[in-house]
Ligand binder design. Sequence first.
Ligand code: ATP
Length: 202
Amino acid sequence: MQFSRLRLNGFKSFVDPTDLVIAHGLTGVVGPNGCGKSNLLEALRWVMGETRPKAMRGGGMEDVIFAGTATRPARNFAEVAITIDNSDRLAPAGFNDQDSLEVVRRITRDAGSAFKANSKDARARDIQMLFADASTGSHSPALVRQGQISELINAKPKDRRRILEEAAGISGLYQRRHEAELKLKGTETNLSRIEDVIEALA
Ligand code: ATP
Protein backbone atom coordinates (compact mmCIF):
# COMPACT_ATOMS: atom_id res chain seq x y z
CA MET A 1 0.00 0.00 0.00
CA GLN A 2 1.68 3.21 -1.20
CA PHE A 3 0.55 6.49 0.34
CA SER A 4 0.83 9.33 -2.16
CA ARG A 5 -0.60 12.34 -0.35
CA LEU A 6 -1.53 13.50 3.14
CA ARG A 7 -3.80 16.51 3.72
CA LEU A 8 -4.48 18.08 7.11
CA ASN A 9 -6.88 20.82 8.10
CA GLY A 10 -7.34 21.95 11.70
CA PHE A 11 -5.58 18.82 13.00
CA LYS A 12 -3.57 19.64 16.15
CA SER A 13 -0.92 22.26 15.28
CA PHE A 14 -1.80 22.07 11.53
CA VAL A 15 -4.50 24.73 11.72
CA ASP A 16 -4.16 25.83 8.09
CA PRO A 17 -4.85 23.43 5.22
CA THR A 18 -1.59 21.53 4.62
CA ASP A 19 -0.98 19.30 1.63
CA LEU A 20 2.00 16.92 1.63
CA VAL A 21 3.03 14.84 -1.36
CA ILE A 22 4.55 11.50 -0.35
CA ALA A 23 7.02 10.36 -3.00
CA HIS A 24 8.18 6.76 -3.57
CA GLY A 25 11.09 5.69 -1.37
CA LEU A 26 12.10 6.96 2.03
CA THR A 27 10.51 10.12 3.41
CA GLY A 28 12.15 12.04 6.24
CA VAL A 29 10.50 14.73 8.34
CA VAL A 30 12.89 17.15 9.99
CA GLY A 31 12.26 20.24 12.08
CA PRO A 32 12.86 21.86 15.45
CA ASN A 33 11.35 20.51 18.65
CA GLY A 34 7.61 21.06 18.85
CA CYS A 35 7.13 21.88 15.15
CA GLY A 36 4.64 19.02 14.67
CA LYS A 37 6.61 15.99 13.46
CA SER A 38 4.83 13.60 15.82
CA ASN A 39 1.50 15.25 14.99
CA LEU A 40 2.01 14.15 11.39
CA LEU A 41 2.43 10.51 12.43
CA GLU A 42 -0.61 10.83 14.65
CA ALA A 43 -2.59 12.22 11.72
CA LEU A 44 -1.68 9.07 9.76
CA ARG A 45 -2.72 6.83 12.64
CA TRP A 46 -5.95 8.78 13.15
CA VAL A 47 -7.10 8.67 9.52
CA MET A 48 -6.51 4.89 9.56
CA GLY A 49 -9.10 4.60 12.32
CA GLU A 50 -7.34 5.04 15.67
CA THR A 51 -9.94 5.10 18.43
CA ARG A 52 -7.76 5.56 21.53
CA PRO A 53 -7.32 9.26 22.49
CA LYS A 54 -4.25 8.21 24.50
CA ALA A 55 -2.51 7.10 21.29
CA MET A 56 -3.08 10.68 20.09
CA ARG A 57 -1.56 12.05 23.32
CA GLY A 58 -4.97 13.45 24.30
CA GLY A 59 -7.59 13.01 27.00
CA GLY A 60 -10.49 12.81 24.50
CA MET A 61 -10.69 12.42 20.73
CA GLU A 62 -11.70 16.08 20.27
CA ASP A 63 -8.23 17.04 21.51
CA VAL A 64 -7.01 16.45 17.95
CA ILE A 65 -8.87 19.62 16.89
CA PHE A 66 -6.73 22.77 16.83
CA ALA A 67 -7.18 24.19 20.34
CA GLY A 68 -6.25 27.80 19.55
CA THR A 69 -3.31 29.99 20.47
CA ALA A 70 -2.88 33.50 21.86
CA THR A 71 -3.37 34.87 18.34
CA ARG A 72 -5.73 32.35 16.69
CA PRO A 73 -9.11 31.05 17.85
CA ALA A 74 -9.75 27.32 18.25
CA ARG A 75 -11.23 25.46 15.31
CA ASN A 76 -14.51 23.60 15.33
CA PHE A 77 -13.39 20.63 13.27
CA ALA A 78 -10.32 18.70 12.16
CA GLU A 79 -9.90 16.76 8.96
CA VAL A 80 -7.20 14.42 7.67
CA ALA A 81 -7.16 12.86 4.20
CA ILE A 82 -4.80 10.16 2.97
CA THR A 83 -4.50 9.25 -0.69
CA ILE A 84 -3.45 5.72 -1.56
CA ASP A 85 -2.08 4.70 -4.94
CA ASN A 86 -4.46 1.97 -6.16
CA SER A 87 -3.18 1.67 -9.73
CA ASP A 88 -2.47 -2.03 -9.09
CA ARG A 89 -6.15 -2.39 -8.05
CA LEU A 90 -5.32 -4.33 -4.89
CA ALA A 91 -7.77 -2.47 -2.63
CA PRO A 92 -10.59 -4.68 -1.31
CA ALA A 93 -14.03 -4.76 -2.91
CA GLY A 94 -15.99 -1.61 -2.21
CA PHE A 95 -12.83 0.52 -2.29
CA ASN A 96 -11.48 -0.61 -5.63
CA ASP A 97 -13.33 1.46 -8.22
CA GLN A 98 -10.56 3.99 -8.97
CA ASP A 99 -6.80 4.15 -9.52
CA SER A 100 -6.45 6.09 -6.29
CA LEU A 101 -8.30 5.80 -3.02
CA GLU A 102 -8.79 8.79 -0.76
CA VAL A 103 -9.82 8.13 2.84
CA VAL A 104 -11.02 11.16 4.78
CA ARG A 105 -11.76 11.37 8.50
CA ARG A 106 -13.39 14.46 9.94
CA ILE A 107 -14.23 15.22 13.55
CA THR A 108 -16.55 18.06 14.59
CA ARG A 109 -16.87 19.30 18.16
CA ASP A 110 -19.81 17.63 19.95
CA ALA A 111 -20.65 15.63 16.82
CA GLY A 112 -18.01 12.86 16.72
CA SER A 113 -16.06 11.73 13.69
CA ALA A 114 -16.99 10.24 10.33
CA PHE A 115 -15.14 8.61 7.44
CA LYS A 116 -15.42 8.90 3.70
CA ALA A 117 -13.74 6.73 1.05
CA ASN A 118 -13.59 8.33 -2.40
CA SER A 119 -16.29 10.83 -1.26
CA LYS A 120 -18.71 8.10 -0.13
CA ASP A 121 -19.63 7.60 3.55
CA ALA A 122 -17.72 4.68 5.03
CA ARG A 123 -17.96 2.76 8.30
CA ALA A 124 -15.09 3.11 10.78
CA ARG A 125 -14.83 -0.69 10.97
CA ASP A 126 -14.38 -1.03 7.19
CA ILE A 127 -11.67 1.64 7.15
CA GLN A 128 -9.86 -0.03 10.07
CA MET A 129 -10.07 -3.40 8.30
CA LEU A 130 -8.84 -1.91 5.03
CA PHE A 131 -5.61 -0.75 6.67
CA ALA A 132 -5.25 -3.68 9.09
CA ASP A 133 -5.42 -6.19 6.20
CA ALA A 134 -2.68 -4.22 4.43
CA SER A 135 -0.53 -4.33 7.61
CA THR A 136 -0.41 -0.53 7.79
CA GLY A 137 -3.22 -0.04 10.33
CA SER A 138 -3.28 2.46 13.17
CA HIS A 139 -1.72 -0.18 15.45
CA SER A 140 0.96 -1.03 12.90
CA PRO A 141 4.48 -1.48 14.32
CA ALA A 142 5.64 0.52 11.28
CA LEU A 143 4.54 3.62 13.23
CA VAL A 144 6.94 3.95 16.14
CA ARG A 145 6.02 6.39 18.89
CA GLN A 146 8.57 8.03 21.17
CA GLY A 147 9.28 5.65 24.05
CA GLN A 148 7.79 2.69 22.17
CA ILE A 149 11.08 0.83 21.77
CA SER A 150 11.62 0.58 25.53
CA GLU A 151 7.94 -0.46 25.89
CA LEU A 152 8.57 -3.28 23.39
CA ILE A 153 11.70 -4.46 25.22
CA ASN A 154 9.72 -4.71 28.45
CA ALA A 155 6.56 -6.12 26.80
CA LYS A 156 5.02 -9.48 27.74
CA PRO A 157 5.41 -12.31 25.16
CA LYS A 158 1.67 -12.07 24.29
CA ASP A 159 2.04 -8.39 23.37
CA ARG A 160 5.14 -9.14 21.31
CA ARG A 161 3.19 -11.84 19.45
CA ARG A 162 0.57 -9.20 18.53
CA ILE A 163 3.31 -7.20 16.78
CA LEU A 164 4.30 -10.23 14.68
CA GLU A 165 0.64 -10.87 13.84
CA GLU A 166 0.14 -7.28 12.79
CA ALA A 167 3.21 -7.52 10.54
CA ALA A 168 1.85 -10.74 9.04
CA GLY A 169 -1.41 -8.93 8.20
CA ILE A 170 -3.67 -11.25 10.22
CA SER A 171 -4.77 -8.84 12.95
CA GLY A 172 -8.00 -8.07 11.04
CA LEU A 173 -8.92 -11.76 11.42
CA TYR A 174 -9.15 -11.38 15.22
CA GLN A 175 -11.74 -8.63 14.85
CA ARG A 176 -13.70 -10.78 12.40
CA ARG A 177 -13.53 -13.78 14.75
CA HIS A 178 -14.78 -11.64 17.63
CA GLU A 179 -17.71 -10.41 15.49
CA ALA A 180 -18.50 -14.00 14.40
CA GLU A 181 -18.47 -15.14 18.06
CA LEU A 182 -20.91 -12.37 19.00
CA LYS A 183 -23.25 -13.41 16.15
CA LEU A 184 -23.00 -17.05 17.25
CA LYS A 185 -23.92 -16.10 20.81
CA GLY A 186 -26.91 -14.07 19.55
CA THR A 187 -28.08 -17.03 17.46
CA GLU A 188 -27.74 -19.44 20.42
CA THR A 189 -29.86 -17.09 22.55
CA ASN A 190 -32.50 -16.90 19.81
CA LEU A 191 -32.52 -20.71 19.48
CA SER A 192 -33.05 -21.24 23.19
CA ARG A 193 -35.91 -18.68 23.11
CA ILE A 194 -37.52 -20.58 20.23
CA GLU A 195 -37.19 -23.83 22.21
CA ASP A 196 -38.95 -22.17 25.16
CA VAL A 197 -41.79 -20.99 22.89
CA ILE A 198 -42.15 -24.45 21.31
CA GLU A 199 -42.26 -26.03 24.77
CA ALA A 200 -44.88 -23.55 25.91
CA LEU A 201 -47.04 -24.33 22.84
CA ALA A 202 -46.67 -28.14 23.15
P1 ATP B 1 9.67 16.89 19.31
O1 ATP B 1 10.77 16.95 18.30
O2 ATP B 1 9.96 17.67 20.53
O3 ATP B 1 9.17 15.49 19.60
P2 ATP B 1 7.56 17.40 17.37
O4 ATP B 1 8.11 18.08 16.18
O5 ATP B 1 7.29 15.92 17.25
O6 ATP B 1 8.42 17.71 18.66
P3 ATP B 1 4.81 17.56 18.08
O7 ATP B 1 4.88 16.86 19.39
O8 ATP B 1 4.27 16.85 16.91
O9 ATP B 1 6.23 18.18 17.74
O10 ATP B 1 3.98 18.93 18.20
C1 ATP B 1 3.80 19.55 19.41
C2 ATP B 1 3.11 20.87 19.16
O11 ATP B 1 1.79 20.63 18.73
C3 ATP B 1 3.07 21.66 20.45
O12 ATP B 1 3.47 22.99 20.14
C4 ATP B 1 1.61 21.63 20.82
O13 ATP B 1 1.20 22.81 21.45
C5 ATP B 1 0.95 21.50 19.47
N1 ATP B 1 -0.39 20.90 19.59
C6 ATP B 1 -0.70 19.64 19.96
N2 ATP B 1 -2.05 19.47 19.98
C7 ATP B 1 -2.57 20.66 19.60
C8 ATP B 1 -3.90 21.14 19.45
N3 ATP B 1 -4.98 20.36 19.65
N4 ATP B 1 -4.07 22.43 19.08
C9 ATP B 1 -3.02 23.22 18.85
N5 ATP B 1 -1.75 22.84 18.97
C10 ATP B 1 -1.51 21.58 19.35
